[in-house]
Design a protein around this ligand. Sequence first.
Ligand code: HEM
Length: 372
Amino acid sequence: MGIGEIDGWSAAPLDSAGDGFRLAQLVTKEVRKHGRHLLGDQLLETLAEIQHRRGNRDPFLHAFLDAILARHQDRFRNQTYLALPLLDQVLADPRSGLDPERLSALLIADIVAHESQPSSAGRTDPETRRKRITHAKRLLTALGSADITDLPLPPRTAAGAWLPLTVLPVSLVHDEYFFIRALQTHELVFRTLTADVQAATHALRAGQVDAATAALLRADKVFQRAAMLFRIVATMRADQFHDFRQFTEGASAIQSESYKRFEVCCGEPKPSRIRSEAFTNVPAVQAGAHRQDNVARAFLDLHRQGRIDDSAGTRLRFAIDQLEASHQRWKITHYRLAARMLGNAHGSGYTAGVPYLEQCLRNRLFTTAAGT
Ligand code: HEM
């Protein structure tokens, strides 16, 4: 198989039909056999050559190779670890008809399917896997998959076929597979949250306070899914985590743009936070943070203009408080999980680790609104 066929691919003329999907399947097979970080230099060089020659002719293959070659090319980060550009290609395909919610359901269903395979148990005991499957099925129900005996499957489209190729573990540790799917789902959850919070700001700018309140309450419900994700991740043992963490150095959710976009759409973070590693790790969000309209500012403006009556204002404040409290709970759960998994070790995003997260507990989302 494999390497020989990949070599042949590199020699193929540029204008040949070049089945990028077939190539990616072959590479994925190698990844699942050895782990992404134990792929041989010769293979990586060949793939880099293919990437260079073909450019962005096939956006799926391009995004796939972007992930595979990230460490080799010294740009391994959260988004290449999680193959987010490839996931985005699948999400953007109009024929597949996916949105962040439906894609999340597919990723969680994949966790259930993976954990249900008897052959891939590794060192994870049956009780842990049962618990993991139970939590994943609860999240599936929350995502609207009523019939969880029939797990949702990827759409039967060319883009849908790439979905199984979006898990590219760095190791052979069983638990890394579900961990990647959980973090990918987290990215999608925060995109949904951002859309809801932006809808609230637009509604406030249009003077539609009750519509804004409804959007924030919707966001608060979505937040419960983020909490459910932690329950799934919490089934992992610290020693299993450390088995693959040694290869994930440099990739951290501190680089997650979707989390920080959610944050700046709620209120304007303090200047000290904007200057800190929380935002230097997401330069695109950092650069636009001051220009970004947000719920807190829109609420304050409406209040100053006397365009908000008491009862609508009270309902809006309630929704804001709910979301703030859910986010605080989310941070506390994350902090505790990290403390159990990491102890005194630094974070893979090069912060001090648990002390950094403890400091983050003091931050609030809706700082401007609190003053109204
Ligand atoms: C084994 C589990 C986990 C550990 C040990 C862990 C640890 C950490 C650490 C130490 C940081 C600080 C940045 C760094 O130096 O890397 C961080 C940041 C972050 N983590 Fe996790 N994490 C875990 C799981 C998760 C999960 C499952 C999610 C999402 C559902 C998540 C979301 C985030 C986010 C959004 C940040 C950025 C926080 C900020 O900058 O304010 N983490 N994590």
